[in-house]
Design a protein around this ligand. Structure first.
Ligand SMILES: NC(=O)c1ccc[n+]([C@@H]2O[C@H](COP(=O)([O-])OP(=O)(O)OC[C@H]3O[C@@H](n4cnc5c(N)ncnc54)[C@H](O)[C@@H]3O)[C@@H](O)[C@H]2O)c1
Length: 360
């Protein structure tokens, strides 16, 4: 295990600690990135992915762990930000021994880092990792876990959308609004249910015919369009990207007719500057990492012994946080994405500083 812990090493991009893990026999090669523990232990998932190089794996873990620090800070959690990557093709190299070897490295950090699911890792994998470490969330319900995190992710997105609706139209409801949902996967399905219950008209799309069949059977009044570009160009009030990242780009933003964007997908802004393009077009963007934090709120609750009602209450507060960010953006004359970053940095600094008041 190689470790470097420095805030001024340019390779670590301001991270507290980056840990390289290797176990030759099982084939494990992993990097754990801890961006910040200012608010508590760093929480973030493990991405299992066949990166082209170690540099690519390192760049991803540095980026993702920083993002988690901001997300956890604004979710109101007493948790810092971290993330891990396992470098390899999960289809070929994932095994019990590899996952347990990884679990031992997580355990060796003695609680500075809690892991969870991400691309390429699943609830069943977390149960295996948990045989070697206490510092794991996202386990199965049978093992004391929080279960499917898309339930509260969708609930949180709905709360963020309500706050954005209030900011633009003066009322915290989607009743009578046309909402376009791109991606009817785990989150998109739950979100569609909340919107229909709230009295919204939903227009949706998905590339998977099974998802379309589901919506026809469950919500027959939902209108379906051929693809995401048709949805972007449709006469909608709110656009909810719930599929892949990069949904807001140089092609989609000029074509978008919605006044509000609020959706579950991670990394919706294709590149820096898109947030300005949205603001210039008068489109209110509820930052993705703020409104989609219900999932991390759900799994983080496992650390205290999972309680769905408590986690749901916390996810409901995404409404208040989104409101606060939109007001701050107006007050400071910046796009909401910038206001969100400022608020997260403020909490990390203000609450993180309290650790200098020594208890013993
Ligand atoms: N599940 C969570 O708890 C959670 C938490 C935070 C963020 N997110 C993010 O939310 C998004 C959705 O997550 P999910 O768990 O529902 O994933 P999912 O894989 O269950 O669903 C994604 C859906 O998008 C569809 N899709 C893919 N490409 C598309 C396209 N070009 N046009 C239309 N539809 C397309 C897929 O067919 C699938 O139905 C992802 O970006 C994910 O990273 C999820």
């Amino acid at each position: 295990m190689g470790v470097f812990a420095s805030t001024d090493d340019p390779g670590s991009a301001g991270h507290e600690q980056v840990v390289f893990c290797q176990d030759k026999q099982s084939g494990l090669k992993a990097i754990i990135g801890i961006y910040s523990t200012a608010l508590g232990p760093a929480l973030g998932g493990t991405r299992f992915y066949p990166y082209a190089s170690e540099e690519a794996a390192l760049a991803d873990v540095l980026d993702l762990s920083r993002g988690m620090a901001y997300k956890n800070a604004l979710a109101g959690l007493d948790l810092g930000g971290g993330k891990a990557v396992i470098w390899g093709d999960p289809e070929r190299v994932k095994s019990e021994a590899l996952l347990r070897a990884y679990g031992r490295f997580v355990q060796s950090l003695a609680g500075r880092y809690y892991t969870a699911c991400d691309v390429g890792t699943y609830v069943a994998d977390m149960d295996v990792i948990a045989r070697e470490t206490r510092y794991v969330t996202g386990r199965s319900v049978e093992h004391g876990g929080a279960g499917d995190s898309s339930v509260l992710t969708a609930w949180g997105v709905f709360q963020g959308m309500r706050a954005a609706a209030e900011h633009v139209w003066g009322v915290p409801t989607l009743r009578g609004r046309r909402v376009g949902v791109a991606g009817l996967g785990k989150v998109g399905k739950h979100l569609t249910g909340h919107l229909v219950d709230d009295g919204a008209e939903v227009v949706a799309t998905d590339v998977d015919p099974r998802a379309l069949e589901w919506v026809r059977a469950t919500h027959p009044r939902v209108e379906l369009v051929t693809d995401a570009s048709a949805l972007v160009a449709a006469d909608i009030d709110v656009y909810a990207p719930c599929a892949l990242g990069g949904a807001l780009n140089d092609d989609t933003v000029p074509a978008l007719r919605a006044r509000v964007v609020a959706g579950a997908a991670n990394n919706q802004l294709a590149h820096p500057g898109i947030e300005k393009l949205l603001a210039d077009r008068g489109i209110l963007y509820a930052p993705d990492y703020v409104v989609n934090a219900g999932g991390v709120i759900q799994v983080a609750d496992e650390i205290e012994g999972f309680n769905f009602d408590r986690a749901k209450l916390r996810a409901t507060r995404i409404y208040d946080t989104t409101r606060q960010i939109l007001r701050l953006a107006d007050d400071e004359g910046v796009p909401p994405a910038v206001a969100a970053d400022r608020l997260a940095e403020r909490r990390m600094a203000d609450v993180g500083r309290l650790r200098t008041i020594h208890l013993r």
